[in-house]
Design a protein around this ligand. Structure first.
Ligand code: ADP
Length: 391
């Protein structure tokens, strides 16, 4: 059996999931290195979430953390060798519509995209380089959060800015594509008729976006040039009138870093509630500010569902996924109540039970709850691209 590692690197943490290769890869263990740049700690979990190892580590950078994670995973699996590594890479730019095997040319290309995603891309690339230095012949695959959206129509992707800026790459890309790709393929298995129709998928986690998928293809999404656009998120503002940014520069003296801090880290559910970015905490709170933050979150989702319905010329189904979409029955109830005009109706008992199909018997469109699995999707792509190497 071949063994695949999937790496998902963020600013202060790196997650590793190990899979036994096969048509349906089997999750073997999950590891997490957290506290990079602060108090580093490496954790190993069984597939059902039981903690297997918990080690404090000395101060490390992303490359060192990658090496520690690979060592811990190798040890936990009884000294197996990984046959390939798949990576989540946030930005594939305009040229990458598919996962790709990593070579020098691709790595250079992805490096050039750092200015488009300065908060994520460098962290995504660091483990790739660390593994190439350690084991140059180990096949590595990059899976892009932008790829699923790469074939959207020109008018969906362009801003009404001077053409030279569009050519430079200042255009809408869309994100969460690895999750949407997974949901699109799950839909083919669960509801093949609906998979051929027009579906809005709501990926509602700390990061949140919607994607309009018509016959399996992304037609439009709420995230744009960056992952701060669109819906209200845990700590991100979502769509803002650009005039607000100019005002903040003029009147509050904010520069690019100050604006970044404000709209990525201090806004969204956290900024509006002043309490928490976490939906569970807001649902548990009696404060009117918590209720208002949730109202704004739901309101923006409803506005954007209307926009996506217009772009697709109708909707046959809505799918909820990610932390809030999968677990917060109240969010699903509130969103579907606001989609009554589309003929959507939810079955309260099925919704409370967390069923897959939560549509009420009289609903004109299907309402589904499908857990996403971005790591599994990366594992599947990695195996598909390295099959020759693994045979
Ligand atoms: P990320 O974008 O970081 O992957 P997740 O998909 O894990 O985020 O989603 C995190 C969000 O999901 C948080 O707002 C959290 O409160 C919410 N969430 C997780 N479990 C529940 C639950 N049981 N009920 C309500 N919200 C939940």
């Amino acid at each position: 059996m071949s063994c695949i590692a999937v790496l998902n690197a963020g600013s202060s943490s790196i997650k590793l999931a190990a899979y036994g290769g096969g048509r349906r890869p089997e999750l073997l263990i999950k590891c997490r290195f957290e506290g990079i740049g602060a108090t580093p700690r490496a954790l190993v979990y069984s597939p059902d979430g039981a903690l297997l190892a918990d080690e404090l580590s000395g101060s490390v950078d992303h490359a060192q953390a990658t090496r520690v994670l690979i060592q811990m995973a190798t040890r936990a699996l009884g000294n197996v060798r990984f046959d390939a590594v798949g990576h989540r890479v946030v930005h594939g730019g305009p040229n990458h519509a598919q996962p790709a095997l990593i070579d020098d040319a691709l790595l250079e290309d992805l490096e050039r995209l750092v200015p488009l995603a300065p908060l994520h891309q460098p962290h995504n690339l660091a483990p790739i380089r660390a593994i190439r230095a350690l084991q140059p012949s180990l096949p590595q695959v990059a899976c892009f959060d932008t790829a699923f959206h790469a074939n959207q129509a020109w008018e969906e992707r362009a801003f009404a800015l001077p053409r030279a800026l569009t050519h430079e790459g200042v255009r809408r890309y869309g994100f969460h594509g690895i999750s949407y790709d997974f949901i699109a393929s799950r839909l083919k298995e669960i509801a093949p008729d609906l998979a051929r129709g027009k579906v809005v998928v709501a990926h509602l986690g700390n990061g949140a976006s919607l994607c309009a998928i018509d016959n399996g293809r992304s037609v439009a999404s709420t995230m744009g040039f960056t992952a701060v656009d669109g819906l209200v998120m845990g700590t991100r503002s979502g769509a803002l009138d650009p005039g607000v940014l100019i005002y903040l520069m003029d009147q509050h003296g904010l520069d690019a870093r100050g604006l970044e801090e404000l709209i990525y880290k201090k806004s969204g559910l956290l900024g509006v509630s002043g309490i928490s970015s976490d939906m569970r905490a807001l649902r548990a709170s009696d404060a009117s500010e918590a209720a208002q933050a949730i109202r704004l979150f739901i309101h923006r989702i409803l506005r954007e569902i209307g926009a996506l319905a217009a772009v697709m010329g109708g909707i046959d189904g809505i799918v909820f996924t990610a932390g809030i979409g999968e677990n917060d029955a109240a969010t699903r109830t509130e969103v579907v109540a606001g989609c009554r005009w589309l003929g959507a109706m939810i079955d309260p008992a099925k919704n409370a039970a967390g069923d897959t199909d939560i549509s009420a018997p009289g609903s004109r469109i299907r309402v589904l709850r499908i857990p996403t699995d971005e790591e599994l999707n990366i594992a599947i792509s990695t195996i598909a691209l390295t099959q020759g190497a693994l045979a």
